[in-house]
Design a protein around this ligand. Sequence first.
Ligand SMILES: C[S@@+](CC[C@H](N)C(=O)[O-])C[C@H]1O[C@@H](n2cnc3c(N)ncnc32)[C@H](O)[C@@H]1O
Length: 245
Amino acid sequence: MTDLSRTFGKQHVDAESRTRLIRSVFSRVAPRYDLMNDLMSMGIHRYWKRVMCRAAEPSAPGDILDLAGGTGDVARALAGQQRRITVCDPSLEMMQTGRARGHTPVNWLAGSAEDLPLEDASMDLVTIAFGIRNVTRIEQALGEIHRVLRPGGRLLCLEFSRPAAWLRPFYNAYSRLVIPRLGALVSGNRDAYHYLIDSIRVFPDQQQLATLFEQAGFEQVSYRNLSFGIACLHSGTRPGAHADA
Ligand SMILES: C[S@@+](CC[C@H](N)C(=O)[O-])C[C@H]1O[C@@H](n2cnc3c(N)ncnc32)[C@H](O)[C@@H]1O
């Protein structure tokens, strides 16, 4: 598997530089992030996020962490009675953009997935949408998520993945030719969107990510391809009986 701690797109960098570069990507794209998401995915990211939120439904109301929550898209969709939602993200700019979109009944918390500023066993559900790819030390982040989940708590992780073979040539052409141009046009950040497509290319595929979940101690690990594998929803459970069971 590619060692993500040393890659920033196609560049080879040390772990600290990668983390710094990723922070700067999101601080630059934050004001136009939501618009770019809609344009790049032709709105399909909303459907993928709805699938993730529906998968969260059977969970009891309780404490939910939306990790790498950015502008709070997922948190807004999950918000409901008796749910206490915390968005955690290292980018203040992304969270400020989200807060400016209006009142959202969530707590906004600055922090990295690799070192969560949260108590052990304090969450019933952790969601992370298009975030794990940006984390430099994935194994460490999965360990942290496992730590903050209560026994029986679930992790739902939505991420770009490896599309079906027949789709790959079209998908690759779209990623290479359209996305950076769109990024340059809409957000003035062609480089940031080069990072996006390169980071997808080197990210573990469906099965490799499932294996990382298992190695971090999750049980009932499964995944579901979305849009022929362009995106994938992984889930896993921290072993043990949930207090509400
Ligand atoms: C592509 S955005 C996804 C935002 C949101 N979840 C969504 O689906 O719209 C990726 C987010 O990951 C955050 N991020 C980057 N490195 C991170 C880390 N080490 N821990 C947690 N979040 C991180 C970025 O700041 C950014 O807000």
